[in-house]
Each structure stands twice: as structure tokens, then as C-alpha cells.
Design a protein around this ligand. Structure first.
Ligand code: FDP
Length: 339
């Protein structure tokens, strides 16, 4: 076989579809609905990926002129991504109810027989859209608590992170990747645009136990809790690298692969932290734990926080296990010093 043949003979790898199908075969009683739901997410993300790539040409980047429920400017692409994902869940039929960072109220899909609830941030890091920085979609999937045959309700939507059956994110970056877990490890798939398929590129992701990267918006330093200030000083005295893109999915993804920690503590501007428990923290917590890392609000495990409202915020300390433990230790010391 000459060189040319060898190249052609190289396999292209496992597609996301095939991977999902194989995993489903591991569960003899699986009905295939969760698999179909994951495929719906992949399809919507391909469409959103296309819109993002065309943003400059199509004049769909930039503010939409309205504000979302968090009081932030809605970007046109936020709105488009929200519509695309909702439409995918409506057409798919497996999801009865959606909660979205972009919508104040719960959204009924018109599929009362759907078994699943989706919580999503359709386009996270939206302030970065206009400046060509990586952005992402974050999602969590829960099984509904109520019986099928009617719309899902608030109790279905306000479930703890430990109840997630799957979670993932899509990062729209120099390449587009989908990373997800169904509670049995974490796998990453890279989009091959010429084939229109995601391929398994990062099987069984394990995050390093520790790292040398810390990600925090130090602009808020003056109002950080003392323990967080102390941890930042600890990072500096150990010559850690500061890396903060300001796009959660991108910061998280880098730290997941390389080892590191992301912190969004309470600040004067955001007394409960800025990130949302249901749309951001829980999903990434499930992923990081499945990869061997940890996620806390500084004290408590994120996935055990009892949600009380759809758009609730929480502080977030997430990443390599030993680094998250160190933050807890430093916070405890700082609190003890106050007594
Ligand atoms: P954005 O406001 O651009 O949507 O979830 C919100 C988020 O971005 C995260 O993606 C990002 O990590 C964080 O906010 C950045 O907040 P700061 O600008 O306060 O650092």
C-alpha cells in the first residue's frame, strides 16, 4: 500500500450518532428517548454553529435591543440560539418542559408525553459574541417527576443537580466541540464541518487532579470574601498562570483539559455570585465530577444545592479536585480568623 492509500485507509473515527447508539446498547431497557434527545441537541448546535459562523456576514451579531430576565442586553444570537434549541426539543418530542436562561417562565413544548426536562443557557458568554471570542451552549437533562400526559411544572424543573441524567456543553471556538456526560464518564466530540458530523475526539476525559491555572475576574478583587483574596494571593505566590476569557464554557473547557480552577465568588456587584445554578453551575458540576474534579460554592457541593427559583445564582468554585479543596481550606481559615 503506498502513502496515498494509507491516508485514504485511515478511519474517520466514531460519529456522535454511532457513539450514542453503542452506549444505548449497554442499557438493555433503554427506550432510546434520551439518545434521541442528545441527537436533537447535536442537531440544534450544528444550526447554531452555522449562525455563529455567518454572524459577521448576516448582521446577526450585536444587541437585539431587548433585555433578558437577568436585565442583560439580549444579543441577536442569544435569541436565535434560544429559538433553535426550543424548536429542536419541540420537534423531537422527548422533552415536555424547558427552562432557559433567556426566558423568565418555564416553556412547555407541547409534548405532554415527553419524559424529560431541559435546563439550558442557549448562548453563554454572549458579551463576547461581537469580538469573535469562543462562546457556548450549556444544558442539563432531568427526568420529570410528574406523570406524563400533562405539562411539566415547577417541581419538575427545580431539581437538584444530583438528579441530572445528562449534562453537557457545546463550545463554538476555533473548532466546535460537544462535551457531555450521562453519568458514566465524559466524552468530547469535535465537529467536522465538511461532513456535518461530530466525531469522538476526546474519549473518557479525566481532568488533572491539580493544575497551575486560575481563572477569576480579578477586577472584583476589592469586594471578594477574604478567603478568595487569600487564595488569589496563594496562586500568585506560587506563580500560577492567570487565564480569564470571560466566557464560562471556554474557561471551563480549557481548565478541564489542562487542569486548573475557575472561580466566580460573591462580589459587591453580584452578592450571590453571577452564575446561574440551573443553567450553568449544575451542568458543569456534573461534568467536572464525572471527569474527576469538583464543584462547590466555596463550601457546599454545587449538585446538592436545593434550587428555590429558576434563575437563582450561586458562587462557583470549579475545577481540579485538589485546587477546589485548597480554596475550601483557605476560606475556612479566613473565616476562623474572623471569629
Ligand atoms: P456573559 O455575561 O458574557 O454571558 O454567564 C455569564 C458570563 O458571561 C460567563 O460566561 C462568564 O464567565 C461571566 O459571565 C463573565 O462575567 P464577568 O464579566 O463579570 O467576569
Amino acid at each position: 500500500m503506498d502513502n496515498k492509500d494509507t491516508k485514504i485507509a485511515l478511519p474517520v473515527g466514531t460519529t456522535l450518532d454511532r457513539f450514542i447508539m453503542r452506549k444505548q446498547e449497554d442499557f438493555p431497557y433503554a427506550t432510546g428517548e434520551l439518545s434521541q434527545l442528545l441527537r436533537d441537541i447535536a442537531l440544534a448546535s450544528k444550526i447554531v454553529n452555522r449562525e455563529i459562523n455567518r454572524a459577521g456576514l448576516m448582521d446577526i451579531a450585536g444587541a437585539f435591543g431587548s433585555q433578558n430576565v437577568q436585565g442583560e442586553d439580549q444579543q441577536k444570537l442569544d435569541v436565535i440560539a434560544n429559538i433553535r434549541f426550543i424548536r429542536a426539543f419541540r420537534n423531537g418530542g422527548e422533552v415536555c418542559t424547558i427552562i432557559s436562561e433567556e426566558d423568565e417562565e418555564i416553556i412547555q413544548t407541547g409534548n405532554p408525553d415527553g419524559k424529560y426536562i431541559v435546563a439550558m443557557d442557549p448562548l453563554d458568554g454572549s458579551s463576547n459574541i461581537d469580538v469573535n471570542v469562543s462562546i457556548g451552549t450549556i444544558f442539563s437533562i432531568y427526568r420529570r417527576k410528574s406523570a406524563t400526559g400533562c405539562d411539566g411544572d415547577l417541581t419538575d424543573c427545580l431539581q437538584k443537580g444530583v438528579e441530572q441524567v445528562a449534562a453537557g456543553y457545546v463550545i463554538y471556538g476555533s473548532s466546535t466541540m460537544l462535551v457531555y456526560t450521562t453519568g458514566n464518564g465524559v466524552n468530547g466530540f469535535t465537529y467536522e464541518p465538511s461532513l456535518g458530523e461530530f466525531f469522538l475526539s476526546h474519549p473518557d476525559i479525566v481532568t488533572p487532579k491539580t493544575g497551575k491555572i486560575y481563572s477569576i475576574n480579578e477586577g472584583g478583587y476589592n469586594s471578594f470574601p477574604q478567603g478568595i483574596k487569600d487564595y488569589v494571593e496563594y496562586c500568585k505566590s506560587n506563580e500560577y498562570s492567570a487565564r480569564y476569557i470571560g466566557s464560562l464554557v471556554a474557561d471551563f473547557h480549557r481548565n478541564l483539559l489542562k487542569g486548573g480552577i475557575y472561580l466566580y465568588p460573591p462580589t459587591a456587584k453580584a452578592p450571590n455570585g453571577k452564575l446561574r445554578l440551573m443553567y450553568e453551575a449544575n451542568s458543569l458540576a456534573f461534568i467536572v465530577e464525572q471527569a474527576g474534579g469538583k464543584a462547590t460554592d466555596g463550601k457546599n457541593r454545587i449538585m446538592e444545592i436545593e434550587p428555590t427559583s429558576l434563575h437563582q445564582r450561586c458562587p462557583l468554585v470549579i475545577g481540579s479536585a485538589e485546587m477546589v479543596d485548597k480554596v475550601k481550606e483557605v476560606l475556612t481559615q479566613a473565616e476562623a480568623a474572623l471569629v
